[in-house]
Design a protein around this ligand. Sequence first.
Ligand SMILES: O=C(O)CCC(=O)C(=O)O
Ligand SMILES: [Fe+2]
Length: 371
Amino acid sequence: MSSSVGFDIKVQRKQVMEPIPYVVNSPTGFDTVFEEFQFDPSVHLQYEPPSHVIDLNFNKIPFSEWRKEHLENQNCAANLAFTSPFRILSDEGVKVLREVFERNKNNSKLCQSDDRTPLRVRGLGHVSKFVRDINRSNELQAILSEMAREGICAHGVPMNYGQVNVGHIGGDRPVDAWHIDSLDFVMVMILSDMSGADGGELQVALKDAQTAKRQLSTNGELASGEEMMTVAYPGAGYAIFMQGAKILHRVTAVKSAKEPRISMVNSYMRTNVFGADNTKFSMFEEIDPKHVAAVEFARQKSWRVKGMMDYIINHASYGEDRTDVLNVLNGAIEELTSTRELLAGRKNDAVGYFDEKTKSEAMRMTEPKLV
Ligand SMILES: O=C(O)CCC(=O)C(=O)O
Ligand SMILES: [Fe+2]
């Protein structure tokens, strides 16, 4: 059973929301820095559609067919697992995002290192307006919604905007261990030159996450081909888009490369508040400043519940049958109650990751060490 908060999925309710606004003030210590450049989709994006997608049944489908099916039937299953790599950033877009990373990589407030990931940079969306704008870009959201076959928008937790993962050369630890994400959708963009590199590859399990985890626990690895596939990025500026909460994935160690592997991960959620929200709190609370994580998670959930209340205000019809209204109220209460229990520290929703040293699932990331 999925642990996502949601309602009886038999009823296809829809309340599509405008993306949640960015916070009025960035959190203390994450002040926005001056940048002489500004995000411009016509300059910094260069979209070339993916050749195919893999759906949640692990069928490979040409993107043109995937798109056509949705155009012809808006209610077709929105069951994206992941896309093949597609070009998304222009050379200029890559250059500016690299520049943003270079300027902020020594900000110790942003750098995190733990047993799962040797080095990641979080909070760039607060300090960089450029990163914020590309995450919140309408053009990009429209492109990704077409891939998802449902409306998606920038995630409600701005700490997730533009997370950078750094894979140093020569390490024997994965850049990121086998895991599922703690939120629904991610677009992973490559910002470094990986041509001729050995390692630093994104690997994706071709089984549902539970089965893949069991296989990992039993065998310590997944067999290439049948159980797992490697996604090869043609170069910097390419990305893949995936439903990371549903698909087990990892990034292998960079054995050799021209430069360290640098990827940027943008996170997204559904615009329909009756769609599933797999955002978890406990991991973000563990890795991000506690006061920031709590407020951002509460905002995300409040935005969803606000949409549910809007649904009642706008769509409830007079009549004997109160079931629809009661179901919506119950769903909203469930989501708020769960949020309260998580924030009060009475509940933990960490999904963990697979520790390759111990060959078992690890629930805690260990306290982040500043690097
Ligand atoms: O850096 C990548 O290629 C993907 C990393 C990832 O899976 C994550 O940050 O959740
Ligand atoms: Fe991930």
